[in-house]
Design a protein around this ligand. Structure first.
Ligand code: MG
Length: 337
């Protein structure tokens, strides 16, 4: 197997504002794994708050010795080797995992969801993220999201009630909220949760900081009128078990989980723990999003809007019909160049 990679910078259509900062671009690295003339495609997306950079990904990938594997079919063995190479580097690892699943799917002529034994594609509509911005720009952003039937609203600011008021005025869609750790006080967080419940929100991500007191988060979970999902608090399989004490569910993202194989394991374990599952994303190209879409039918909430937030997707956008991101019925992840 031969690995190649190149850095690329995604341009965001609108400034992407979160409780902890705003940005206009996302750095990524695109990977290719080739075996006997067949190419699998992968991607590492690198939002700044995760600590990985194009340089760190390229350094990690440059150190891998994948030539030692004669065939790509020993997926578990190869990914275990990649994982042990160095700690962290979750997005870099995901870029190998995605390319490997794409490659093996193409060789076996099977769509990736079939590789995981996922049988029926029970479809779920994807949400579209409305990031934090000047209040006056929100109506325009909500109109731009017309092709999506669910909105995910970024909160965790001093103006959350005003944001919610504008959203409710502008649309009548199902709503998710993401506070991105923005509520520092448990009583205030609970008030916000009741406000969101009254306004018809269905679920709330990461209300309090990752390093808040365990007792505060347990208190909030017990009293919350809405299901609370861990995002920043849970990256990999090893984080899952403990999070069940503090959250009703988790947001699983390929860039945190090191790719599809571990994301699938997390979904299976989260189900056993009776946790809700959101399948989320970073700002990503069609590559990582289509990879995730193969797992979407076994999640409760799907938030795979990445390619629709960027203006220079190097691949064809995923097909979006009636708010559903269509999982291609093609070998591998089904990416079109
Ligand atoms: Mg989130």
């Amino acid at each position: 197997m031969k690995l190649s990679f190149r850095p690329y910078t995604l341009q965001l259509k609108n400034p992407f504002g979160l409780a902890h900062g705003t940005r206009n671009t996302t750095a990524i690295v695109l990977t290719q794994l080739e075996h006997k003339g067949i190419i699998g495609y992968g991607e590492a997306s690198l939002p700044p708050y995760h600590g990985e950079t194009q340089e760190s990904v390229i350094a990690f990938l440059s150190n891998l010795k994948l030539e030692q594997f004669e065939t790509p079919h020993e997926i578990e063995k190869i990914l275990s080797h990649v994982d042990k190479t160095q700690q962290g580097n979750n997005a870099a690892k995901a870029s190998i995992d995605i390319a490997l699943h794409d490659l093996v799917g193409k060789i076996l002529r099977k769509a990736c969801y079939e590789l995981f034994g996922i049988k029926t594609a029970e479809k779920k509509q994807s949400s579209y993220t409305i990031a934090i911005d000047e209040l006056s720009t929100l109506p325009k952003k909500i109109k731009e999201a017309k092709d999506f039937k669910i909105l995910k609203i970024k909160l965790g600011t001093k103006e959350d009630e005003k944001i919610v008021h504008i959203v409710k005025n502008e649309c009548n869609k199902p709503l998710y909220a993401d506070a991105n750790q923005g509520w520092n006080d448990k009583s205030m967080a609970l008030e916000m949760l009741y406000m969101l419940k009254e306004n018809g929100f269905e679920v709330v991500e990461q209300p309090m900081p990752v390093n808040c007191l365990d007792d505060d988060m347990m208190w909030l979970k017990e009293k919350s009128p809405l299901p609370l999902l861990a995002d920043e608090s849970v990256k990999r399989f090893g984080d899952l078990e403990k999070s069940a004490e503090f959250f009703h569910g988790i947001n699983i993202k390929l860039m945190k989980s090191t790719g599809m194989a571990e994301a699938y394991k997390m979904i299976v374990r989260a189900r056993e723990l009776k946790m809700k599952i959101m399948l989320g994303c970073m700002t990503e190209t069609s590559c990582a999003i289509l990879a995730a879409s193969h797992l979407a039918s076994i999640a409760d909430y799907v938030d795979l809007d990445g390619p629709f937030l960027i203006s220079n997707n190097p691949f064809r956008n995923p097909e979006l019909i009636d708010g559903y991101i269509i999982t291609p019925e093609k070998p591998g992840i089904g990416l079109e160049l």
